[in-house]
Design a protein around this ligand. Structure first.
Ligand code: CIR
Length: 252
């Protein structure tokens, strides 16, 4: 069970963040509203939400997930793979220090939290344009110290591993078709999202609730089979900036 979620309000300059989405210009008032609704949803399910202010020099900083990997024993502060995002992690470390021992991913390692899927004591670490092998191995060594297991896995075309694969509760994972037959993931029941609903693979499982993006009826139907409460949120403005529901918080 997670007690806390760390979030950061999007800044006025959020549209200057990195994106490959080509979905048109995002709207500031709308993202603020969508972000506030996300925070409310977390509070509704009993999570204590820590809300940070925007970081003016970092337009992607509300995608806090990329800056830390937190487990019960330790918080690992990442070294984000995009140079424009390096530095976002400093203020996150200051907060997490109050709750956990801290370890750091060091140069030349790079690692984005969006590439790290934690399922209990098992971790999957995506190797992507943001996370290099060195970063994955550094995290792996820290995980081993705490008795966790880990596997690295190539991400392919998408931005992060969790753009394509997420835990969905009850020993199931929600995956895109690229990962439907991936041997490494064999221990889990797979719900495979339709090709035209790929974005919805980034659904957030938290304390046996599923928070999914609005507008993906086929994925919703598949998730319903799990019989967990489903909360649908509009995250159109995050999607325009290549972000989604998991990226918006660090759960611990
Ligand atoms: C980026 O490209 O870094 C941001 N615009 C989006 C980050 C999304 N983070 C995530 O999926 N964990």
């Amino acid at each position: 069970m997670f007690a806390y979620a760390l979030t950061r309000k999007p800044g006025r300059n959020f549209s200057q963040g990195l994106t490959t989405a080509n979905l048109g210009p995002p709207n500031y008032e709308q993202i603020l509203k969508q972000h506030a609704t996300y925070v409310d949803a977390l509070k509704t399910i009993g999570i204590d939400v820590i809300e940070l202010d925007p970081l003016p020099d970092y337009p992607d900083a509300h995608f806090v997930e990329d800056t830390a990997v937190v487990m019960p024993e330790v918080a690992v502060i990442t070294r984000p793979g995009a140079s424009s995002r390096q530095g976002e992690e400093e203020s996150i470390a200051d907060v997490l220090k109050q709750y956990r021992e801290i370890e750091y991913i060091q140069n030349p390692g790079t690692l984005d939290g969006g590439d790290v899927l934690m399922i209990g004591n098992c971790f999957f670490i995506g190797i992507s344009e943001r996370t290099n092998l060195e970063g994955a191995e550094q995290l792996g060594r820290i995980l081993e110290k705490y008795g966790k297991t880990w596997t690295s896995i190539q991400v392919g075309a998408s931005l992060h591993f969790k753009s394509s694969v997420n835990y969905s509760g009850k020993n199931s994972i929600l995956v895109t078709q690229d990962f439907a037959n991936h041997e490494t993931l064999n221990g889990y029941d797979k719900l495979v999202v339709d090709e035209e609903e790929e974005y919805s693979a980034n659904t957030l499982w938290i304390n046996d609730h599923l928070i999914m993006p609005r507008g993906f009826p086929n994925t919703k139907a598949k998730l319903k089979s799990l019989r967990l409460p489903i909360i649908e949120l509009d995250v159109s403005e995050m999607q325009k900036m290549d972000g989604g529901l998991t990226c918006l918080s660090i759960r611990f």
